[in-house]
Design a binder for this molecule. Structure first.
Ligand code: NDP
Length: 609
């Protein structure tokens, strides 16, 4: 692709009219904008609270604890596991992981729906592969393997010792006189901790659609993150024999639904897929790990592969693309790398207008390819047309799957496209969409997770810092942190995740950098004999200014996008939305900032006492 695309009559050169496409995207977005924004969703609380019950592990009674640990880690997913692992490596012994689930694994503990897998390459995504001497079985791992790997990490670093599983934190309060956090739980525990690392996860709290009548349905329902295999039969590999005589509806067509719909389609007597906005579905092309893969690897291979992938999916250049998949392809072709290539061809820098135009044209081309794929695979022309996404590639999370689109060729599968309106009503008997009632036995909610609600609501408990300041109040008007990891008023407390840190397509990579940084700070405190560590207000101001400065490009991009959790359901909120919590200059720059900060040894902006 070269810059001459921008010259002459684009319609003739491209085979499509960019103005028409632009107008179509806007029309499709406007149709979906809803006045209620994020408030359209039903919180999983009160009469809906049981949607978050753990269907996977039997409840084990235990006596309440009233004791003390040096470091409490809240959350046993990849954030908590990496934090625990890095602390162990640095010689911290007195660690306790507190986890609501019955085991380690986080998202991979909860998300066991049929077909669950990770679409980021396993050799990059599964953390600590060299430390554990493990090579994943496929290029893209299935959920059970990732869950097993999570448990293996916990065993490797001895994190089961002293852990409190099946334990939900109910409150966390700083006691200034003793310099300890007091963590109360739903088990009646009162655990004192000198340091706390919060690894609650960015998409941890399921949400339901606020559809009128949702509570009146007399059939069976569950959320994809709490799959009811007692009802459906089978397991993560499929084999859902319990659905042979069932009419099933699934609400939602995001990344989760895309993975489980092929299995529902295979086993349900009839499947209705209720669609509001189609996902972009590109080629998956999974394969088994080649038998000689491990033999070619040199020590340090995983970090090198992760770095190579991270640079490419952050718009940077690399001589070699080690992963070479759909992710690296779209980033290579739709981001700054493409502009750099065009600029080289042209022998001059592109103006920012030219750059913007080029990016848009390339995006149109890519999405045309995605739309053509739907048309080529799905037999019924109306169904194929309804499965075409009309927005830019990164407006919603790109999906990669080879069995999703063919599922709509099954005679027992009906796509109910709601033309952006969503499900109208739920009745005692089923679902109403486009004025038609579809009687069903079971409704599966593939409606995602809370984003953009307050941190403490998503965590499920309040955190009260110095001078009685609650975290809810502190962040009521938006995040305030130093590098996303520390906050003034909350000494000895560290936040992992996307609370003003950088997002990477490979989330565990980002969590690993955060865990290393927190470990460095705790190690420094130990070496210097400090017992309290707290970010200053000035340091928060500095980071807030940097966050705001770097957020403008993403804000402009997402303002034009179809609604979703990336853009706060179309009501861009520069304080609380998903991208307000992520650093706009990207992970490469962010990791470098952390590195540089550590290398000075000055702990600038952090008070140690
Ligand atoms: P999403 O939030 O992406 O999708 C929710 C779906 O529910 C959307 O299709 C949404 O439609 C639909 N919906 C919501 N309300 C209604 C309604 N009233 N009527 C009809 N439809 C409705 O959640 P997911 O669980 O699919 O994915 C969440 C994230 O989890 C992903 O973005 C990804 O980051 C991660 N994930 C990663 C995977 C991986 O391979 N690594 C696999 C699966 C998930 P609309 O689009 O119109 O809002």
């Amino acid at each position: 692709m070269s810059i001459d695309l921008l010259e002459g009559n684009p319609k003739e050169k491209l085979g499509f009219d960019p103005n028409e496409l632009r107008a179509k995207y806007r029309y499709e977005r406007d149709k979906r904008l809803r006045e209620e924004g994020n408030a359209q969703y039903q919180e999983v609380a009160d009469e809906f609270a049981s949607y978050t019950d753990d269907p996977y592990t039997e409840w084990v009674e235990r006596d309440p604890l009233n004791d003390e640990v040096q470091v409490a880690i809240i959350g046993g997913g990849f954030g908590g596991l990496l934090m625990g692992g890095r602390l162990r490596e640095a010689g911290f012994d007195d660690i306790r992981v507190i986890e609501k689930a019955g085991d380690f694994g986080g998202t991979w503990y909860w998300n066991r729906y049929p077909g669950a897998m990770c679409d980021v390459e396993s050799y990059c995504y599964l953390p600590l592969l060299e430390e554990l001497n493990y090579i994943p079985k496929h290029k893209y791992s299935y959920a059970p393997e990732i869950f097993e790997h999570s448990k293996a990490i916990a065993r490797h670093y001895d994190l089961y010792k002293n852990a409190c599983l099946q334990t939900g934190v109910s409150e966390m309060r700083w006691d200034d006189s003793s310099g300890r956090w007091i963590i109360h739980t739903d088990r009646g525990d009162a655990i004192r901790a000198q340091f706390v690392a919060m690894a609650n996860g960015p998409l941890n709290r399921p949400k339901l659609p606020g559809i009128p009548g949702i509570a009146t349905f007399k059939g069976h329902t569950f959320h994809t993150s709490r799959w009811d295999y007692d009802y459906t039969g089978g397991d993560s590999d499929g084999n859902l024999t319990g659905l042979r005589d069932k009419r099933v509806a699934i609400i939602g067509t995001g990344a989760t639904a895309v993975q489980c719909i092929p299995h529902l389609g295979e086993w349900a007597k009839h499947l209705y897929v209720l669609q509001r906005t189609p996902s972009s579905i590109d080629v998956r092309n999974n394969r088994e790990t080649e038998s000689d893969f491990a033999q070619q690897l040199e020590p340090g291979w995983q970090q090198r592969r992760m770095d190579n992938f991270n640079i490419l999916v952050s718009g940077g250049d690399q001589d070699e693309d080690l992963v070479s998949d759909g992710w690296t392809e779209i980033f290579r072709n739709l981001t700054g790398i493409a502009a750099k290539t065009a600029s080289r061809e042209l022998g001059r820098r592109l103006s920012s207008r030219e750059k913007g135009q080029l990016m848009e044209l390339l995006d149109f081309q890519k999405m045309n390819q995605v739309r053509d794929r739907a048309e080529a695979i799905v037999n019924d022309p109306d169904t194929a047309a309804a499965l075409k996404p009309w927005y830019r590639q990164f407006c919603k999370r790109p999906c990669f799957h080879d069995e999703y689109l063919p599922t709509f060729n099954r005679p027992n599968v009906t796509l109910v496209d709601t033309d952006g309106r969503g499900v109208e009503r739920i009745t005692e008997r089923g679902i109403v969409a486009n004025g038609t009632e579809y009687p069903v036995d079971c409704i599966v909610f593939a409606t995602g997770f809370e984003v953009g609600t307050s941190y403490t609501r998503r965590a499920g408990y309040e955190i009260t810092g110095r001078n009685g300041l609650s975290l809810t109040d502190k962040w009521a008007k938006g995040w305030r942190t130093l590098f996303g990891l520390q906050a003034n008023g909350f000494p000895n407390c560290f936040f992992l995740g996307f609370t003003q840190t950088a997002l990477s397509v490979n989330v565990p990579h980002a969590l690993n950098e955060q865990a290393k940084h927190v470990t460095y700070i705790l190690d420094q405190a130990r070496q210097r004999g400090a017992t309290r560590i707290e970010a200053t207000l000035e340091a928060e101001d500095m980071w807030l200014a940097e966050m705001k400065d770097k957020s403008r490009i993403a804000e402009r991009f997402y303002a034009e996008c179809t609604p979703g959790y990336y853009n706060n359901e179309g009501k861009l909120d520069t304080n609380n939305g998903f991208f307000a919590g992520t650093y706009g200059a990207g992970p490469i720059k962010f990791f470098r900032i952390l590195d540089d900060w550590r290398s000075t040894g000055r702990l600038e902006g952090v008070e140690l006492t």
